[in-house]
Design a binder for this molecule. Sequence first.
Ligand code: ZN
Ligand code: ZN
Length: 265
Amino acid sequence: MPADYHTHTPLCRHAHGEPEKFVESALAAGLTEYGISDHAPQIPEPFDDWRMAVAELPAYFDWIKRARKHAAGRIPIRAGLECDWLAGCESWIADLASRYEWDYLIGSVHYLGDWDFDNPKWLGRWAQSDVEAVWTRYWETYAQMADSGLFDILGHPDLVKKFAHIPPGDLNRYYEPVVDAIAASGSVIELNTAGWHKPCADAYPSSGFLELACSAGVPLVISSDSHAPEEIARDFAKAIQIAKAAGYRETQLFEKRARRSEVMP
Ligand SMILES: [Zn+2]
Ligand SMILES: [Zn+2]
């Protein structure tokens, strides 16, 4: 099984489980590696209610240490963060990058301006929105994140479809410019299985996006976005099939922000 690098901890306030349980789950799934990438702190604080605080970073490092101690050579434990791409965030990302010996940083777009559009709290705001306008803004923001070159992995590419608000017609008009930006950046994307359990009932990204990304030479990881031990490696067999159908043969491994590939089973 590939590595599972997009996983959370209770420090983000909407995940649960002890590090030992996550490690056991990763071992049971036969993962190559288990990576921890909780929602990064964001300044100015308090920023929102779904991430660790800056003052909790030492507790996060302890959590990673506990996972490593429990793994005890049985599986590599990688250290990462899921960072938010926000206007003007570059110096904060550089600051976070300097605070630990990270194996990788994930960049994600959860915010369009002040709106964390994937938060179920704001479903009413979706109901009042022009879906095409939101999609246009989302993909422009995503391409800017890719252009920044600050992240090893770009998270859940089409998260904007989470609540099944999808414009009509051929979606390649959104995908093509952003796939070009990702390919030029040299970043890796993830095939995130959590979307299968959301209203959109599809992985992030869709197969159409994945095919374009593969053709453009964009490397891939497969991630569960797990917020509980039992979600580690969830739907990985299905994800491998879909990745292969899109043309992928390999997934990526990260150590100290350097990557290498491994062939999918
Ligand atoms: Zn989360
Ligand atoms: Zn996310």
